[in-house]
Design a binder for this molecule. Structure first.
Ligand code: SF4
Length: 408
């Protein structure tokens, strides 16, 4: 693996096997795909459709829903039909634990309507039962032509496998520490299950792997190892990342390191939403992570200074927020009418110190007046001073200039 350009930028992407999920390619060099998951009761068709629509509009390219009961399984084809009628074409992934084999057997329309099945190798049963139930799930994937994600998780590790590795470890001359044994169990759970799926007849191009933990360093170690030991497409996510800024920071730290090393084909940011906050936040964080790393572009990004004692008011911070929300809201329309608008850069700055310089680096930027400066706000377009805004309508006029720039 090498740096793509003189130690600048991410390492060359690790090439994995491509997997197509309802028309969306994951792996095989495709751009890193953003996915998310609903938190509604899947049996509640109206609420689930509404939330899938919100996630899709925010930019989620795949959406996973839990399928935990016969009611939830029966709701899946109705959800998929409703979404299609509303013009929402996003592949829906079924998240199965414990009883997936029974639900797919009992609801063939669910098995057909889902674009992918997520199987947790840690909870499909134990011993012989596990072999049979896992095999049944894979046979459904083969029968219905669906890809699967074999998603191992630290919180639901295959206990038989963990016990086996602990026994093996006890025989070592230099035993590993407990953390390393558990990481190995997680990796082997994914790899051995994938191997079994291939032996059962599922093509390797229909398998995605994940091995999620909730610690940043553990996640980096697990995925580095996983990516060296197989060429299956990889789904990245820090599980149980947490609430608020902790979840955002921990996920970004872990996934940022891995993406920089060229590891990862699809990502989910697993945030616990703040009470009352929208589920779409996890999609926005995933997009911003990929975009700030220069891996993909989804929406124009606003550069803004933090403000300091030179700022006369919080107006520029409000303006930065209004501008970011405006361009994000416009993207679904601009994506069709003005492809490439997502690459545009904007700047909203608080005073003359860095304002004109940063604004000149952006496609369109504004430098608001700081303490002691004349009450005027020069606007820079493609590096050149364009107009100067004054008065009470600066926000509206600047947004008008952004729209004109996109239209031009
Ligand atoms: Fe402060 Fe001006 Fe720098 Fe903004 S650009 S942080 S207002 S000195």
């Amino acid at each position: 693996t090498q740096h793509s350009q003189d130690r600048f930028g991410p390492l060359t992407r690790r090439i994995t096997r491509p997997v197509v999920i309802g028309g969306v390619q994951v792996g095989g060099g495709a751009p890193v795909v953003v996915q998310s998951m609903t938190n509604t009761d899947t049996a509640d068709v109206a609420s689930t459709v509404k939330q899938i629509g919100e996630l899709w509009r925010a930019g989620s390219e795949l959406v996973r829903v839990t399928v935990n009961t016969t009611e939830a399984a029966a709701a899946i084809p109705r959800i998929v039909d409703k979404l299609a009628m509303m013009g929402i074409h996003v592949p829906i992934i079924g998240d199965f634990h414990y009883n997936g084999h029974t639900l797919l057997a009992g609801e063939p329309a669910c098995a057909q309507a889902l674009a992918k099945y997520r199987i947790n190798p840690g909870n499909v049963g134990f011993g012989k039962k596990k072999d049979t139930q896992f095999a049944q799930l894979i046979e459904f994937a083969i029968q219905y032509g669906k890809p699967v994600r074999i998603g191992a998780n630290w919180g639901s590790l295959d206990q038989a496998l963990a016990a086996r590795l602990m026994d093996e470890n006890a025989q070592r001359a230099m035993p590993w520490d407990a953390g390393r044994v558990m990481r190995e169990a997680l990796i082997l759970s994914a790899l051995e299950s994938a191997q079994r799926a291939v032996e059962l007849g599922l093509p390797a191009e229909r398998i995605i792997l994940s091995a999620k933990v909730s610690g940043v360093q553990e996640l980096v170690a697990v995925y580095r190892d996983l990516s060296m030991r197989s060429d299956f497409a990889l789904h990245l996510g820090l599980t149980e990342a947490g609430i608020g800024s902790k979840g955002v920071v921990a996920s970004s730290a872990a996934l940022g390191v891995l993406l920089q090393e060229g590891i990862g084909d699809t990502i989910r940011i697993s945030l616990t939403p703040e009470p009352g906050a929208s589920r779409t936040q996890e999609v926005i964080v995933a997009q911003e992570l990929l975009q700030t790393m220069g891996l993909r572009a989804f929406t124009p990004m606003v550069t803004a200074c933090p403000g300091c004692g030179r700022t006369t008011s919080e107006f520029f911070q409000e303006l930065a927020k209004v501008v970011q929300e405006h361009v994000r809201g416009k993207m679904p329309e601009w994506k069709i009418s003005h492809p490439g608008a997502e690459n545009m850069t904007l700047a909203v700055m608080g005073c003359v110190v860095n304002g004109p310089g940063e604004s000149r680096h952006a496609n369109i930027g504004i430098s608001l007046p700081g303490t002691g400066e004349a009450p005027s706000a020069p606007v820079f377009v493609d590096g050149q001073k364009s107009v100067t805004l004054r008065g009470d309508n600066i926000a509206r006029e600047f947004i008008g200039l952004i729209d004109d720039y996109v239209d031009s």
